[in-house]
Design a protein around this ligand. Structure first.
Ligand code: RP5
Length: 169
C-alpha cells in the first residue's frame, strides 16, 4: 500500500516535485506520483481526491504553479492532510501567484504550505506526519536531522581551518 500521494498539475512540475519523492524513498516510505490538473482535468481531481483515503493514503503532497488551485481543491475533498508545494512555473509571474493561491486558504480548509519549490520539505513533512505514528520512520527522520547537524559542524570546522576567528567553540 502506498502511504503518500504526490500529485502535480503538469509533467513540467516534475523536476521541482522530484525531491519530495527522493526524501520519501530515503525514509523507506511508499508513494505514488501522478498528474492531476485542477483546471485541465477537474473531474479527475474530484475523483482522485475523493478516493484517496479509501485507497489507503495517509498524506497528500500537491504541487502546482501559477493560479495553483490543486492543493486547496484537493483539501476541500478529503479529510487527509494536504501539503501544498507552490511552484514557480512557466505561467508564474514570479512565484507569488502560486504561493498565495496555495497559502491563503479560507478558514476551515487548511493546506500545509511549504516554501516556493520546496518539495524536499514537503517530503520531510509528510514523513513527520507518518512518523508520529511509526517509530521506525521517526528514527529515520532523527538520523536525517543528525546528518544536517554533522554537515554544519564540518562547515564550522572548515571555516576555523581556513583561519576565520571563532571564540565560541
Ligand atoms: C499549472 O500550470 C501546473 O501545475 C504547472 O505548474 C503550470 C504550467 O503547466 P504546463 O503548461 O507546463 O503544462 O497548472
Amino acid at each position: 500500500m502506498n502511504h503518500v500521494a504526490i500529485i502535480m498539475g503538469s509533467d513540467s512540475d516534475l523536476p521541482v516535485m522530484q525531491p519530495a519523492a527522493e526524501m520519501l524513498k530515503s525514509f523507506g516510505i511508499s508513494f505514488e506520483l501522478t498528474i492531476v490538473s485542477a483546471h485541465r482535468t477537474p473531474h479527475r481531481l474530484v475523483s482522485y481526491a475523493s478516493k484517496a483515503k479509501e485507497r489507503g493514503f495517509k498524506v497528500i503532497i500537491a504541487g502546482a504553479g501559477g493560479a495553483a488551485h490543486l492543493p486547496g481543491m484537493v483539501a476541500s475533498l478529503t479529510t487527509l492532510p494536504v501539503i501544498g508545494v507552490p511552484i514557480k512555473s512557466s505561467n508564474s509571474l514570479d512565484g507569488w501567484d502560486s504561493i498565495l493561491s496555495i497559502l491563503q486558504m479560507p478558514g476551515g480548509i487548511p493546506v500545509a504550505t511549504v516554501a516556493l519549490n520546496a518539495s524536499k520539505n514537503a517530503g520531510i513533512l509528510a514523513a513527520s506526519i507518518l512518523g508520529a505514528f511509526d517509530e521506525n520512520i521517526s528514527e529515520k527522520i532523527l538520523e536525517f536531522k543528525k546528518s544536517l547537524t554533522a554537515e554544519v559542524n564540518d562547515k564550522i570546522n572548515k571555516l576555523k581551518k581556513d583561519g576565520w576567528q571563532n571564540n565560541f567553540d
